[in-house]
Design a protein around this ligand. Structure first.
Ligand code: NI
Length: 210
C-alpha cells in the first residue's frame, strides 16, 4: 500500500484515452489499493486511474461520512447504462488544487461495473446525490474529460483556472450540454424556492474533491 502522486491539470496524461482492464491481476489489485490510499490521504471522495498516471478504466469512490467507517466502491470497466434528469452542482477535482465551479450533471444514473473480485454489479444513484455526481465525474476522467470542460464557454472556464494559475482550457474540449441546460432552466423556473435553498447550501457546505 502506498500513496501515489496525483497528476495535475496541464499534464497530457489526463487527456489520454483509457483501455479496459482485461484481467484483475495482482498488479491491478495493488493499483486499486494504492488508489484508495491516495484518495483518502488527499481527503478526496473519488479518484480515477489516469489521475495516478495509469490509462486504465478504473475509478474508486467513497462518499460516506468522513467521521464514520470507510465505505469504498471500486469500479472496473464501468458503463453508464442509464442517465436522466439534470442538476447543477459545485465540484472540484484532486487534479485541480483549490479550483471549483458549477457543473451540470445527470440527476439519476445507473452504472454497471466489475468489482475487485471480477464480479459484475449495478449501482444506482439518484436525485443528484454526491455519489451520482461523483461517478459521472470519475467516469469523465476515463474518457479524458475534466470537470472544467463542462463550463458554458471558455471565458467561464478560464476565469476559474486563471485564479489558480492553471493553464486555460482547450477550446475543443468544452462539452455541448444543451439538453442538461434546458432541463436545468426548466427546473429552476418551476422551483425557484429549491434553487434559492441550493445556493445557500453551496455557500455553507465544505468543498469536495474528486
Ligand atoms: Ni477529478
Amino acid at each position: 500500500m502506498s500513496i501515489l502522486k496525483i497528476i495535475k491539470y496541464g499534464n497530457p496524461i489526463l487527456r489520454q484515452p483509457t483501455r479496459e482492464v482485461t484481467k484483475i491481476s495482482k498488479k491491478i489489485k495493488t493499483l486499486v489499493n494504492d488508489m484508495l490510499d491516495t484518495m483518502y490521504h488527499a481527503n478526496g471522495v473519488g479518484l480515477a486511474a489516469p489521475q495516478v498516471g495509469e490509462n486504465l478504466r478504473i475509478f474508486v469512490v467513497d462518499v460516506s461520512d468522513p467521521k464514520g467507517p470507510i465505505d469504498p466502491i471500486i469500479f472496473i470497466n464501468p458503463k453508464i447504462i442509464k442517465k436522466e434528469g439534470a442538476i447543477n452542482s459545485y465540484e472540484g477535482c484532486l487534479s485541480f488544487p483549490k479550483a471549483y465551479t458549477n457543473v451540470r450533471r445527470y440527476k439519476n444514473i445507473l452504472v454497471k461495473a466489475y468489482d475487485i473480485n471480477n464480479r459484475p454489479f449495478v449501482k444506482e444513484a439518484k436525485e443528484g446525490c454526491l455519489l451520482a455526481r461523483c461517478i459521472q465525474h470519475e467516469f469523465d476522467h476515463l474518457e479524458g474529460k475534466l470537470f472544467i470542460d463542462h463550463c458554458r464557454n471558455r471565458f467561464e472556464a478560464n476565469e476559474v483556472l486563471s485564479k489558480y494559475n492553471l493553464p486555460p482550457v482547450e477550446e475543443d474540449k468544452l462539452i455541448n450540454e444543451d439538453f442538461l441546460e434546458e432541463e436545468i432552466v426548466k427546473f429552476e423556473k418551476e422551483h425557484p424556492e429549491i434553487v434559492e435553498k441550493q445556493k445557500e447550501e453551496t455557500q455553507e457546505t465544505d468543498d469536495t474533491n474528486e
